[in-house]
Design a protein. Sequence first.
Length: 125
Amino acid sequence: MKVQLLQLAHARSGDKGDTANVGIIAYKEEYYPFLEKILTPQRVKKHFTDICKGEVERFELPNLWALNFLLHQSLGGGGTQTLRHDAQGKTFSTAFLRMEVEVPDHLAEKWALKVHSTSGKRKKI
């Protein structure tokens, strides 16, 4: 089942010069091993392909159920040099949580996840 990452985690982001720093924190301990497996630096680089011009580093914080990513060369030179609207990388967390991930059906059912529709249309209730 395809879901947005926001069903499994929350996030915080900021900057260090030209590097965006994004922390992904699992809502539940049982989600962490799954996130650790699927959120590779390569996958994150692909998700931010139009923004991140440098490498992506990942740091594991299992005691916090968290992963921290550094996206190098992502802020157009940094807060004092960039002409980007988001000079401090604050929107990177929201963009990261919009990533769609494939969750095996047995886990999606166990975790009571909701299918993510990419059609852009809202269903009437």
